[in-house]
Design a protein around this ligand. Structure first.
Ligand code: PMP
Length: 555
């Protein structure tokens, strides 16, 4: 395997790391640079506050903290260091703007324009603001593949537009949006522009002066930096005219009981003790990216090309988004195979990918899917990792489509699921390997009785899982009768495990059920530790609520 020199900068890939396997989820968060870890550690080894005390260590730390602001200024080529405001991350940055946008702009009949591709963080704050002030929320459309329709998009921006808020790069699909054309159009009508650069900054050089956007936001943790720190960039004259975001220490010029005066930007927006370690770490990350930009871009491009070709050669695969203008993120679905099933299979092979709606539910709805698998690559990945991923993906597709060279040597199609009460738990607990346990879950999922299609409605749906799940609880002769459904075979298999145990029990007996103990008793606890993500916990909550309601009526 050719050596990737980028890897040595990340402790996640050294031999002592807990991290084993292939990490293809850098869109969710990147691995952290060793320099970032060192700098944050060093700060905590001798902590002082900033902008307060004048003794040496405090003033040195304040200096470093403000130098970090200048580093980030240079990172996005902002005109003035006061245009860099520290926040917790992109979500807080967007909420800051929603809270501080001058209210005089928010008049009834005006509009805010976003796009179908937005992350929830760049939808919900504008939705709420529009509702509160009687503005219309307009949504730029996309084509069938999930690419922004530029002509229709710019046509939505009119003389009533107050703000255009759009992602630089789609987190769900990886498309690079044509933000320059959008910003140009917004300028012609005097609308403000916010660019959500969260998925852009680690992959491409950003120049806010060249873009000429009014606001630009991003998070440190998606660019090899710490969690809990991010940037809100705004043009200085705009920041000067905005009210503070939160009030308290750090942002004050003078306080008396007659009234208070605030500092100017950026401190005006930074009430309270900031995330000092995070800020110092973020600056280290920005410095690293800046000095390794060419290598990062080259490595990601080579990996992207390789993955694009490998994925395209698989039958039944649909890669969403724009194949030309994209970062190294691939979002796909496979005909006839549930995305959650595939991702859970990859998980067993120690391959970390993201599955589901990627915090972009309206986008998924527009594409007509309930989720995708997202592979997001960073400069530390290798071709060897991608080859292994493709091999595992092929095996997973075979397994779930019952092809003859299935990883379980076609046992799945030959065997029948166990169907006597208690047999499933027994079979799983006696299975000698995880592969065998998994096979029983799959078989149970395959033969699981489905709910009629007309019952798969919102009232039975359980939200918060990576796959869709529906649940129906009834009491028959004072005992629980449960039915459920999911497009995912694995989830149906998991439902079968719980249902087998709970069905026919009285509500007070059901309430004694402890999921972890049960999973442990059948040897699944190690594999299904994150029961929140795969939805079992949410399913159980619903069952418990049902039983509690019944128990209350009995008391
Ligand atoms: N916008 C985009 C495009 C994102 O990808 C994310 C994170 N997935 C966010 C906003 C929110 O970022 P954070 O959770 O770091 O605040």
């Amino acid at each position: 395997m050719p050596f990737n020199p980028m890897r040595q900068h990340f402790s996640a890939f050294n031999d002592q790391s807990d991290f084993k396997g292939i990490y293809l989820d850098s869109g969710a968060t990147t691995q952290k640079l060793q320099t970032v870890i060192d700098i944050t550690n060093r700060y905590y080894q001798s902590s002082v506050n900033v902008h307060r005390s004048s003794y040496k260590l405090a003033s040195d730390t304040t200096q470093k903290f403000e130098d970090a602001r200048r580093t980030l200024q240079s990172f996005i080529n902002a005109k003035d260091h006061r245009e860099i405001v520290w926040t917790k991350g992109a979500t807080e940055s967007i909420n800051l703007l929603a809270a501080c946008l001058p209210r005089s702009l928010l008049q009834k009949g005006k509009n805010i324009v976003i796009s179908t591709l937005e992350h929830h963080a760049n939808i919900v704050p504008w939705q709420i603001l529009a509702e509160q002030y009687g503005l219309t929320l307009k949504v730029m459309p996309i084509n069938d593949n999930g690419v922004l329709l530029l002509e229709e998009a710019v046509a939505l921006i009119d003389e009533h537009t107050v703000l255009v808020a759009i992602g630089h790069v789609s987190n769900a699909l990886g498309n690079i949006n044509p933000i320059k054309s959008i910003i140009t159009k917004a300028k012609t009508v005097g609308a403000l522009t916010l660019i959500d650069g969260t998925q852009a900054v680690s992959h491409m050089a950003v120049d806010v002066q060249d873009l000429d956007c009014d606001f630009y936001v991003f998070s440190g943790h998606k660019m090899f930096g710490p969690t809990g720190v991010g940037v809100f960039y705004g043009k200085l004259p705009l920041l000067e005219n905005m009210p503070p975001y939160q009030v308290g220490g750090e942002m004050i010029k003078k306080v008396s009981f007659k009234g208070s005066e605030f500092l100017g930007p950026p401190l005006k927006f930074e009430a309270g003790t900031p995330n000092i370690a995070g800020v110092l770490g973020l600056a280290a990350a920005a410095n690293f990216i800046k000095s390794n930009r060419d290598t990062i871009v080259k490595q990601e491009l080579a990996l992207s090309r390789y993955l694009q070709q490998s994925l395209a050669s698989l039958t039944g695969i649909k890669i969403w988004g724009d194949p030309q203008h994209k970062i190294a993120t691939f979002s796909f679905t496979v005909n006839g195979v549930n995305h959650y099933d595939l991702a859970s299979y990859l998980n067993i092979q120690n391959i970390s990918v993201r599955v589901g709606h990627h915090c972009a539910m309206p986008l998924m709805e527009a594409l007509g899917v309930d989720g995708t698998i997202r592979v997001s690559i960073s400069c530390y990945n290798t071709e060897h990792e991608l080859t292994n991923f493709i091999e595992a993906l092929k095996s997973g597709i075979c397994l779930f489509t019952n092809n003859s060279d299935s990883v379980f040597k076609n046992k799945i199609s030959e065997e029948k699921a166990v169907d006597r009460p208690g047999e499933l738990a027994l079979a799983i607990s006696q299975a000698k390997s995880w592969d065998e346990k998994y096979r029983h879950i799959m078989l149970a999922g395959k033969s699981f009785p489905r709910l009629p299609k007309e019952q798969l409605k919102e009232d039975l749906e359980i939200f918060g899982c990576e796959s869709q799940v529906w649940l129906k609880c009834e009491l028959i002769d004072s005992t629980l009768y449960i039915q459920g459904d999911s497009p995912s075979k694995v989830v149906r298999g998991l439902l079968a495990i719980i249902f087998e145990y709970l069905r026919g029990k009285r509500p007070n007996e059901v309430l004694d059920f402890d999921l972890n103990t049960h999973l442990k008793s059948i040897g699944l606890d190690r594999y299904l530790s994150n029961s929140r993500a795969n939805g079992i916990e949410a399913v159980l909550d619903r069952i418990f609520d049902f039983c509690k309601e019944y128990s209350n009526t009995q008391n």
